[in-house]
Structures are given as C-alpha cells and as structure tokens.
Ligand binder design. Structure first.
Ligand SMILES: Cc1cc2nc3c(=O)[nH]c(=O)nc-3n(C[C@H](O)[C@H](O)[C@H](O)COP(=O)(O)OP(=O)(O)OC[C@H]3O[C@@H](n4cnc5c(N)ncnc54)[C@H](O)[C@@H]3O)c2cc1C
Length: 204
C-alpha cells in the first residue's frame, strides 16, 4: 500500500539516515538549484484558488512574505503583512544615507547606527547576490521590473572574452582556467628541464 509523504517529512527522514550532505543534494534536486536547474527553463507556479476577497495575514515582510503577498493579491486575496521590525525586507537590507541599523548583540545589547554614506552610495548588508541558478528569484525580479546591478564576484560560469583568445568567442571562466592548468601541466611534464621550461614561458 503506498503512503504519501510530504517533502519536508521526506527530507527530515533522509537527514536521519543520510546526514546533511544527502539532504542538501536532495533539496537541490527538488528545488532545482545547482546543475539540475541549469538545464531547466520552465518553472512551476503554485495554482491558487480564487481568494474571493478573503483576508490573509502574513507574518513577516521578508522576501518570502512579500512574494506571498504578491501572489495572493493576484489571486484575489486581501493581504495584511505584519512585520516585527521597523522596516520591510528582513534579511535583505540595502543601507543608504539615513538608513537605521538596529542590532541586538550578546556583548553590547541593543545598538543603533544611522548610515552616513554620501548620496548615491549604498551597501547590501544582507542578501545581495542572485546566483544564475536562482531562476525563480530572477523571474520574480523580472516580473516586478526591478533593475539589476552588476555584482562583481568570482564565478566559474561567467564568460571571459578576448579578441586574442578562442577566435574571439567568449569562454566560461572554468573552461579557461582548467585549460590553462592543463596546458601548464603539459608544459611542465614535457619540458624535461627547468631551463627548457622557462624558455617556453612568456613573461606576460
Ligand atoms: C549577510 C547575509 C548575506 C546573504 N547573502 C545572500 C545572497 O547573496 N544571495 C542569496 O540568495 N541569499 C543571501 N542571503 C540569504 C537571504 O537574504 C535570505 O535567505 C532571505 O532574505 C530570507 O528571506 P525570508 O523572507 O525567508 O526571511 P527573512 O528575510 O528573515 O524575513 C523574515 C521577516 O519576518 C519578520 N518576523 C519574524 N518574526 C515575526 C513575527 N512573529 N511577526 C512578524 N514579523 C516577524 C522578521 O523581522 C523579518 O523581517 C544572505 C543573508 C544574510 C544574512
């Protein structure tokens, strides 16, 4: 006889027998992050029944609460979002001139700072990077027409382009890196002596 099991239940049972790595790998496969998601272009949308004007209370104005409010509002629910702190965003927090940063620490109790940056300068104090495989978040951003900013970060999937390389076609950083390592290893293996090896290496 088959028995239905919820995703959460499945993951917690898996954690007991397979430890955290098994859970992480399964979550990736289920949620569609990492390589499994890279091939995926379609996203599942939760089908919501018509709310017919019913009121829903959402606790927390983090990105999850706000996304829920957007979806539920579209499905004709009235949403009331209750937020505990003095601002929306939760663990997403862009600090600009005038932003209040209230923190509770074990050592120093409550502290409050007011950001003194010049106008136009900001910093992401919480989540700021949207990895390329967070496709649902990217879709949401595009739906809401929120502008992106370049986030300079080391990423193996980023593309590198030089007219002098690969016939001018862009290459993934990882392909470039591993090819370079392979080339250097081949040179070192075939050189036979250090003087010969040095002669083959350019100074640039
Ligand atoms: C420093 C930092 C860097 C990060 N960097 C990245 C990144 O680069 N990329 C990435 O994808 N993710 C990143 N993350 C993770 C990402 O920010 C979080 O996963 C995401 O913001 C969580 O959103 P959430 O809505 O689930 O929860 P939260 O953002 O935690 O929102 C929960 C909200 O509920 C409120 N709340 C709690 N209890 C109650 C209550 N009883 N009643 C009413 N309100 C309540 C809280 O005040 C809060 O506003 C980072 C997180 C941190 C802290």
């Amino acid at each position: 006889m088959s028995k239905r099991i919820s995703r959460r239940d499945f993951l917690s049972k898996l954690g007991r027998v397979g430890a955290s790595l098994a859970v992480l790998k399964s979550m990736n496969a289920m949620a569609g992050s990492s390589s499994a998601c890279m091939a995926r272009t379609e996203h599942t949308n939760m089908a919501l029944p018509d709310g017919k004007g019913q009121t829903v209370i959402i606790l927390g104005a983090g990105v999850a609460g706000l996304a829920a409010a957007v979806d539920l509002t579209k499905a004709n629910y009235n949403c009331v979002v209750l937020e505990l702190s003095h601002r929306v965003g939760g663990r997403l927090f862009t600090a600009r001139r005038g932003s209040r940063i209230v923190q509770k620490g074990l050592g120093h109790g409550m502290s409050e700072q007011v950001c003194q940056f010049d106008e136009g300068i900001h910093v992401e104090l919480g989540g700021g990077r949207i990895p390329f495989h967070h496709r649902r978040v990217i879709r949401r951003w595009e739906e809401l027409d929120i502008p992106y900013e370049l986030y300079a970060i080391d990423c193996m999937m980023a593309k590198f382009q030089s007219d002098a390389l690969n016939g001018g076609d862009p290459m993934r950083v990882r392909d470039l890196l591993y090819s370079t390592w392979g080339y250097i290893a081949e040179l070192a293996a075939s050189a036979g002596g250090s003087a010969e090896l040095m002669a083959k290496l350019s100074t640039s």
